[in-house]
Design a protein around this ligand. Structure first.
Ligand code: ZN
Length: 240
């Protein structure tokens, strides 16, 4: 569930600046090492974020021309491109990221009001209006800026973005079979998010906004959050 287009575009711009900074702060040595994402080095991650911009450009072209151009030829192709990309020199990867991000931005700037409404299909097989593309990209650059491991944390991401992210993940997770039923409460604000409510009992989990977002995004095990039954917050399945 994407926020309104003007807000998504603002998060995309802000998230791109945050990723730019996180990448600039990441040494070549850091990028050669592992990340928290299973099996991926920093180089895999930069290759993925760059390839993602290229893939989203395919959706923008689809909206502009009406000719079906999927994000990736296939899931196997997506993974192979990341694997091959990760072996490129780091200077090439940095240049690829800059080039692909700028090109995506120029493509989005060129869409007309009607073209934003054109249906396109995501890599997960969902049909969405092209107006969801900026949100898809904002999520990628914001969350992967943290994944780079060069010092950016969820607490560095804008509160408004974290609320939109929690809204989005809540809807996705609630569509997952047998997801633990949870109600998240923001410790220092008004936010409440209900996930996977099909059973009568939901666990209440309370914590700072950034920690709730990290937990629901699968970037923290929830051990810093207080659960109502005195136990640890449950381990959650993947959301993307
Ligand atoms: Zn990603």
């Amino acid at each position: 569930m994407a926020p309104p287009l003007d807000r998504s575009r603002a998060w995309l711009d802000e998230g791109t600046v945050i990723f730019d900074r996180a990448l600039a702060a990441a040494s070549d040595k850091l990028l050669a090492g592992p990340t928290e994402l299973a099996g991926w080095t920093g180089r895999h991650l930069v290759a993925h974020v760059s390839a993602n911009a290229d893939a989203l450009r395919n959706l923008v072209a689809w909206a502009r021309t009406g000719m079906e151009t999927p994000m990736y030829a296939s899931p196997g192709q997506r993974d192979a491109d990341i694997e091959v990309g990760s072996t490129r020199p780091v200077s090439d990867l940095r240049a690829w990221y800059n080039r692909s991000a700028a090109a995506l931005r120029a493509d989005l700037d060129g869409l007309t009001g009607e073209q934003w409404e054109e249906p396109v299909r995501t890599a997960q097989g969902r049909t969405v209006p092209a107006s969801e593309v900026p949100w898809m990209r904002a999520r990628e650059v914001m969350v992967h800026a943290v994944d780079l491991g060069s010092g950016t944390t969820f607490a560095d991401l804008p509160d408004g973005f974290l609320r939109d992210l929690l809204d989005d993940i809540t809807v996705k997770r609630s569509g997952t079979a047998n997801h633990p039923a949870l109600t998240l409460h923001e410790a220092d604000g008004p936010g409440t998010w209900s996930v996977g409510h099909r059973g009568p009992v939901a666990l209440e989990v309370t914590g700072p906004l950034a920690e709730l977002a990290a937990y629901l995004a699968g970037r923290s095990d929830g051990s810093t959050l207080a659960a109502s039954d005195g136990t640890r917050s449950p381990t959650l399945p993947r959301w993307l």
